[in-house]
Design a protein around this ligand. Structure first.
Ligand code: 6PG
Length: 620
């Protein structure tokens, strides 16, 4: 903005080129009536100007929803600027300032340009110099003016990365990113009860962190360097689609949206395809580690297009935990929804590990105090059974509140957010087995029927042979075997998915990024790195088969102890069933085939014929 002859078009066009934004001359938007008047040399009055400025305001609103634009417009009076900004407050005013004699001299030098001296005087009379925006001195060369403007624009436009959603995970990840020196913009919408989340977060951040907070999505998007890199940390489900929809008109080609929540992998693929059609990129990143992991170093499982990943890799890798071998617990997992798929299975493995520990706790509780169980867990944790979940379970055992164990105060109804049941369904879709995670999900469901259990428990009132002997060593061995079987099933689903969807996943890399930061980190996971370098199925590994063979009797003892004491042990039961079935040459499935053929002529294969031949018996 500025008076005629101050160089708005020259500077505007150069800025447009440097900033890769379209340039518009405000004068091109005059209604016909004004053009006619101007052509006849009649000066415009306010009545003429207001409709024109309103037209420009509508356009400014439209341009701001895309990438924005550079507009040259005299905008001499405060009222005019008010109209221009009426639909979008996010205007950066650049005032080209110079004195009247300089502008007059320049105008006179221009070939074929005529400007009446009295018109220039009237422009200066009208001019209300803005007390805001960037003021550029036009006595310098255009190049210098443009560079000065760009330098002044920088602080407004420099966040390298953006985070949407300041819940527990969003806050912790944001602090982690800012701590690594990245200029960050954060956004949280204003909702009831969350009015101050951005303000509170900024107060929580340390002084040397470069963080800008927003409650306006457009302002947030505009604050990001391009290609924009935006991590969404909100609840999985429709809310993600809503945020994506709101973002689309504000983004530019090549921008990258990262969904860091526990989204379903099929939704991730759908969103990636949808956004690709609009020239935008989508990365589905599984992030594990809870609040502490997110703040200090999570395990990150990004999936999607590799070239998009490479753009965000420096940020994700800088905030990730450091794994056992000193590398970062973040690796490009594979295309489409591969990242969210493996995070889902991570959670399935997590469900089964948690349930196993709960069963061990119930087994040991028959004869041991909480303090004794804690000691047993800590002892196990110091060796090959060590894991994050075992460690927290040991800590939970003796935590007290007002003289009572917190564990005794917690209602025995387990919640869930769905990833366990998705893992179970994924195994059905892929035609593979995950009886352990499935059983862990069902154990949570059974626990939720508290009222019915309470009622039925009164009716049963069995005389339980409490205290039958179980050796701690047997429980330990059985636990070791059940964990191996859980990991075998979990990794097998991933292997099958990789094959079916052509994802080319590396089980060894996944084990590596799961050795720290995530919930299922463990000594076993560290060993899996090398196991999967040689075999892609844990059953192939002689060391593992040996442990399972040796542990079979211990599992049996545990199950007997559970039966005698009426302790439900769904996971140990499944572990045993799976192991025995997988190591039995001839199962009873011949009967299933006979039944199918009997009632439906579904045919069967024979032991004495090649597998590609089908047979039917006339059973009647
Ligand atoms: C993690 C966790 C985390 C969360 C799961 C499980 O890896 O950090 O898996 O994602 O705890 O969503 O939640 P539910 O037990 O509630 O299903």
């Amino acid at each position: 903005m500025g008076v005629s002859g101050c160089g708005k078009t020259t500077i505007g066009k150069q800025l447009s080129e440097k900033m890769k934004l379209p340039f518009f001359d405000g004068d091109d938007f005059h209604p016909k009536k004004n053009l006619d008047k101007m052509e006849k040399g009649i000066p415009l009055n306010n009545e003429d100007r207001y409709p024109w400025l309103n037209i420009l305001a509508d356009n400014i609103e439209e341009w701001s929803q895309k990438d924005g634009a550079i507009i040259a417009c005299s905008a001499l009076k405060e009222k005019y600027r008010e109209i221009l900004a009426s639909k979008n407050k996010n205007i950066i005013w650049i005032y080209l300032s110079g004195d009247q004699s300089l502008i007059k001299a320049r105008i006179e030098q221009r070939q074929g340009h005529f400007m009446n001296a009295s018109m220039l005087i009237s422009q200066f009379n009208d001019l209300e110099v803005p007390k805001y925006g960037i003021h550029a001195d036009i006595s310098q060369s255009p190049e210098k003016i443009v560079n000065e403007i760009l330098a002044n624009l920088e602080p407004i436009n420099t966040s390298f990365f953006g985070v949407i959603g300041l819940g527990v995970m969003g806050r912790s990840l944001s602090l982690n990113i800012a701590e690594k020196g990245y200029a960050l913009s954060v956004y949280n919408r204003i909702t009831e009860g969350e009015e101050n989340s951005v303000k509170d977060f900024l107060e929580e951040a340390e002084d040397d962190m470069k963080i800008e907070g927003f409650t306006d999505l457009s302002e947030f998007v505009d604050s990001l360097e391009r290609p924009r890199k935006i991590l969404i940390m909100i609840k999985a489900g429709n809310a993600i689609d809503q945020v994506v929809e709101a973002l689309i008109p504000k983004l530019s080609e090549g921008d990258i949206i990262i969904d860091g929540g526990n989204s379903h992998y099929k939704d991730t693929k759908r969103r990636a395809d949808y956004l690709e059609n609009k020239g935008l990129n989508f990365i589905g990143a599984g992030i594990s580690g809870g609040e502490e992991g997110a703040r200090k170093g999570p395990s990150i499982m990004p999936g999607g297009k590799k070239d998009s990943y490479q753009i965000i890799a420096p940020v994700l890798e800088s905030i990730a935990a450091i794994g056992e071998d000193g590398t970062k617990c973040c690796v490009y997992v594979g295309p489409e929804g591969a990242g969210h798929f493996v995070k889902m299975i991570h959670n399935g493995i997590e469900y089964a590990e948690m349930q196993l520990l709960a069963e061990v706790y119930s087994l040991l509780s028959v004869s041991k105090s909480k303090e004794e169980i804690k000691d047993i867990f800590l002892e196990w944790n110091s060796g090959e059974l060590g894991s994050y979940l075992l460690e927290i379970t040991a800590n939970i055992m003796t935590k007290k509140e007002g003289g009572e164990y917190v564990l005794d105060l917690i209602l025995d109804k387990a919640g869930n957010k769905g990833t366990g049941s998705w893992s179970t369904k994924a195994a059905f879709d892929l035609g593979t087995v995950n009886t352990m995670m499935a059983s862990a999900v069902f154990a949570r469901y059974v626990s939720s029927f508290k009222e019915r259990r309470k009622k039925l428990a009164k009716e049963i009132n069995k005389n339980i042979d409490l205290g039958s002997y179980i050796s701690i060593e047997d429980v330990k061995e059985a636990y070791k075997c059940a964990r191996l079987l859980n990991h075998q099933q979990g990794f097998e689903i991933i292997r099958r998915a990789s094959e079916s969807y052509d994802w080319n996943l590396s089980l060894s890399d996944l084990s590596r990024i799961w050795t720290n930061g995530c919930i299922i980190r463990s000594e076993l996971m560290i060993n899996c790195i090398s196991y999967f370098k040689t075999y892609d199925d844990l059953f192939e590994h002689p060391e593992i088969i040996d442990v399972l063979k040796r542990g079979e009797d211990a599992v049996k003892s545990v199950l007997i102890h559970g039966l005698t004491n009426r302790i439900p042990l769904p996971l140990f039961t499944e572990a045993n069933t799976y192991w025995v079935s997988m190591t039995t040459e001839r199962l009873s499935a011949n009967m299933i085939q006979a039944q199918r053929d009997y009632f439906g002529a579904h045919t069967y294969q024979r032991v004495d014929a090649p597998e590609n031949q089908s047979f039917h018996t006339n059973w009647y």
